[in-house]
Design a protein around this ligand. Structure first.
Ligand code: DOR
Length: 443
């Protein structure tokens, strides 16, 4: 760990949403003091004049490809991308090879992350039709992931008969990829000779998403089970949740479902292909409204890198997914600068609420005693997304060329400077996240 760190003259976003122009002292990896004219012996000093100090982003849905798919990304490259994007903690999905479906495989991922990750990490345990005991006992896992739709081998758990026992037993958080696989299979037959990537949004249509969301909500309400609906993509799901969401249900949206839509297939072809698919522009508007109203609780990127070579295959052989951890914060801060939301809302959606929803303690806010996962961003310097600046191994972004502001100048993880003015300190390692009892205790 670096010595104590003193950040001078920053615009600090406090946990009550106020901006305070002052100093922040970090001791032993924790936020120790916030004030003016602070001093500290032997502290490293950062002059943050003109910069804004925010809590580090917690990205609650990423696919980092290690083990098994490391030609696309690995935990080192992905965590470098996180540090550049201001993401100080991530929760990673189980569709790696082998699938994360047993304690031994989860332990292997945690070990790999301890060796390679510049930022803090947590992992999901994947549900299959057969691993109920592994799901109930897995520790520490941030939650159970169910792929109700989308093809990831044994991770596909798509029928009510298979899904219900997972909701019925245990109390750990369940996160669902909500798409109706039976409907998708039928619709694929209708369009099987169509190689236009835009047909992806027609095949995996809005109704496929709504059907699965309704089933997950029904089961969560039947068993009062903690449910998180991943990457909400449609206005009809948002409106359904507005009426039917209960206190134990939460949901998220990705920046791409807020900012991209079916018109983008023309611009970037299969690079716009993801699951659940991009929707029409009207959906962007309804999702924004649901986010602003609090129907949607948080933002996740669903960072899902594939190589350009893989993406160049003709549809439907092109894989679904796009990278996101490096651009999510500047995208949202640029929306703030446009007046679409407040700075405090961006922080609530990207830092505070992910910590609350997954019961990650002492993170997501700038508060005395909290972990010093912090970022200093420049809200007044617009820079384009350039592929040569990206740290993700896949080397592309659906937002290439977009002129964004709020890029992190410093990223600090547990009190260590991981990013300083564009330069990564690759010697730093993050820590395994811990989740409070209510999330991990099984009945
Ligand atoms: O488009 C997607 N790709 N959506 C997912 O949920 C999974 C992901 C992947 O792993 O490639």
């Amino acid at each position: 760990m670096t010595s104590n760190l003193l950040i001078h003259h920053a615009e600090i976003l406090l946990s009550n949403g106020d901006i305070f122009l002052g100093d922040l002292l970090i001791k032993d990896g924790k936020i120790a003091e916030i004030g003016t004219e602070l001093t500290a012996d032997s502290a490293t000093i950062i002059d943050a004049t003109g910069l804004t100090l925010l809590p580090g982003v917690i990205d609650p849905q990423v696919h980092f490809r290690e083990p098994g798919l490391t030609h696309k990304e690995d935990l080192f490259t992905a965590s470098c991308a996180c540090a550049k994007g201001g993401v100080t903690s991530f929760l990673e999905m189980p569709n790696t090879i082998p699938l994360t479906t047993t304690q031994a495989i989860l332990d292997d991922k945690l070990h790999r992350a301890s060796q390679k990750c510049l930022v803090n990490y947590g992992f999901f345990m994947g549900a299959t039709a057969e691993n109920l005991d592994d799901l109930r006992n897995a520790n520490p896992a941030c939650g159970i992931k169910i792929f109700m739709g989308s093809n990831h081998g044994a991770l596909l758990v798509s029928t009510e008969a298979e899904i219900e026992p997972i909701f019925a037993k245990g109390s750990r958080l369940i996160a669902v990829h909500a798409e109706d696989q039976a409907r998708i299979i039928e619709r694929k037959k209708l369009f099987k000779d169509n190689t236009n990537p835009a047909i992806h949004s027609v095949i995996q249509d809005e109704e496929a998403a709504l059907n699965a969301t309704k089933l997950a909500v029904k089961l969560a309400n039947k068993y009062q089970r903690r449910l998180h609906i991943l990457h909400l993509s449609t206005g009809i799901e948002a409106e359904y949740l507005r009426e039917n969401k209960t206190p134990w249900i939460s949901t998220e949206v990705t920046p791409q479902h807020l900012l991209l839509n079916t018109n983008d297939y023309q611009r970037i072809g299969t690079l716009a292909q993801m699951n659940p698919p991009l929707r029409s522009p009207e959906n962007n508007e309804i999702l924004w409204k649901a986010l602003l109203d609090g129907v949607i609780d948080c933002i996740a990127t669903d960072h899902a890198p594939h190589t350009l070579e893989e993406k160049a295959k003709p549809y439907p052989h092109s894989p679904s997914g796009m990278p996101g951890v490096e651009t999510s914060l500047p995208l949202m801060l640029t929306e703030y600068k446009k007046g679409r939301c407040t700075l405090a809302q961006v922080v609530t959606w990207m830092c505070t609420n992910p910590a609350k929803l997954y019961q990650i303690q002492n993170k997501g806010e700038i508060k005395i005693g909290y972990d010093a996962d912090l970022i200093l961003v420049d809200l007044n310097n617009y820079q384009p997304v350039l592929k040569e600046n990206l740290a993700t191994k896949c080397g592309w972004s659906p937002f290439e060329g977009w002129n964004l502001t709020g890029w992190p100048i410093y990223t600090i993880v547990n009190g260590d400077i991981v990013l300083e003015k564009g330069k990564l300190n690759t010697n730093i390692r993050g820590k395994a996240l811990t989740f409070s009892q209510m999330n991990i205790k099984d009945s």
